[in-house]
Design a protein around this ligand. Structure first.
Ligand code: FES
Ligand SMILES: [Fe+2]
Length: 358
């Protein structure tokens, strides 16, 4: 197996809680085929997805108690990856084992530790308490994207695409050809705190249209406030608020977009979308949010990011030209560059392309 150049000793989001059950789930994380399952205690487990006997995928097997039985010749592995049973044979050699990965279930997600398993530290899992807050609703999403995880994460760090790519859904009402002096004023602040990057972007006195006007119940004008927090490896923890001109905020949406590498050219995209208005009987309820977000992300974001991946494969090494609006992406890439260097890893092209442009 080709080892991917990804940050180590860190949690990667691997699945939604609801995806992991007593039916094994096969998923490639950071280039490693893993099998996820829940033993009878309900505790999730993650193992290398191969049986060392003759290399059948364990994800085709069955859960027995806390263990997993290979479907081919019935060998059983415990959740530490050790073989504990061979049919019609008592002796089990010590090297009949596979790698086990530490997992933690939190905020509706299963997180897996990639790196030195002794160092797994649950306190470093991103904090997403609004997913469990009273008075808020939450909807979870998963997509497999045929693009590098960084390209997909950069899409979320770059709020400036919203008025263009999403002109038929969540954009503000703007003239797409307006010059800087004619468009609503935008203020952007970013600050870096260790390996975390914070961003605040306010579009002042702007008008809403389409879905955003429906959420707010009017076109405004409003101040559109986007707060962002990025944590390595690629959790984009975003908050969107609409502030009326008298300072009232009636809508707060938390959107946690979390990217996990599958291979160099594909990733897993997890999202929880939580909100404090509408549903269950008002608008938007969970079905509305599900339909709207699938329409936006499957209809706009994923196609353009997959097309970027295709372009990069066709053109090879090219350089980005960042602009003022890209401040959040630029700061995140600076932190990534430092983290890759600290871990003695080469810069992946998706980070190098912008680093080289600065
Ligand atoms: S390949 Fe799994 S038991 Fe033989
Ligand atoms: Fe988008």
């Amino acid at each position: 197996m080709q080892k991917m150049q990804v940050l180590e000793n860190i949690w990667y989001c691997a699945a939604h809680s609801a995806e992991v059950s007593d039916k094994p789930l096969a998923r490639i994380i950071c280039g490693m085929p893993m099998v996820f399952y829940r033993g009878e205690s309900g505790t999730p487990a993650a193992l290398e997805d191969r049986c060392p006997h003759r290399q059948a995928p364990l994800s085709m097997g069955n859960v027995i108690g806390e263990d997993l039985q290979c479907d081919y010749h019935g060998f059983i592995y415990n959740n530490k990856g050790s073989c504990v049973h061979i049919p019609r044979q008592d002796a089990i050699s010590a090297n009949n084992k596979i790698q086990a990965f530490t997992t933690v279930e939190r905020w509706g997600f299963i997180w897996v530790w990639w790196g030195n398993q002794e160092k797994a530290d649950p306190s470093t899992i991103p904090d997403l308490p609004w997913t469990e807050e009273d008075g808020r609703r939450v909807e979870y999403f998963y997509w497999r994207v045929k693009a590098n995880h960084q390209l997909m994460a950069d899409n979320l760090l770059d709020v400036s695409h919203v008025d263009f790519l999403h002109k038929n859904s969540i954009a503000s009402k703007i003239d797409p050809t307006a010059k800087e002096s004619e468009a609503p004023k935008v203020t952007i602040e970013t600050n870096v705190d260790g390996n975390t990057v914070h961003s605040l972007r306010i579009v002042h006195k702007t008008l809403l249209a389409g879905i955003t006007a429906a959420w707010h119940g009017s076109e405004g004008p409003i101040n559109r406030i986007s707060t962002g927090k990025w944590e390595a490896p690629n959790s984009c923890i975003l908050k969107l608020q609409f502030e009326d001109m008298d300072g009232t905020i009636n809508e707060t949406i938390n959107l946690d977009h979390i990217m996990t590498p599958e291979t160099d050219g594909s990733c897993h995209y997890f999202l929880d979308w939580t909100w404090d208005f509408g549903g269950p009987d008002g608008y938007p309820n969970n079905e509305d949010v599900h339909e709207e977000q699938c329409g936006i992300i499957e209809g706009d974001d994923i196609p353009i990011v997959e097309a970027q991946q295709d372009t990069l494969e066709l053109f090879g090494k090219v350089q980005d030209i960042p602009v003022k609006q890209d401040k959040f992406v630029i700061e995140v890439h600076r932190v990534l560059q430092r983290m890759y260097e600290e871990q003695g890893l080469g810069l992946p092209p998706e980070v190098d392309r912008m680093a080289a442009a600065e």
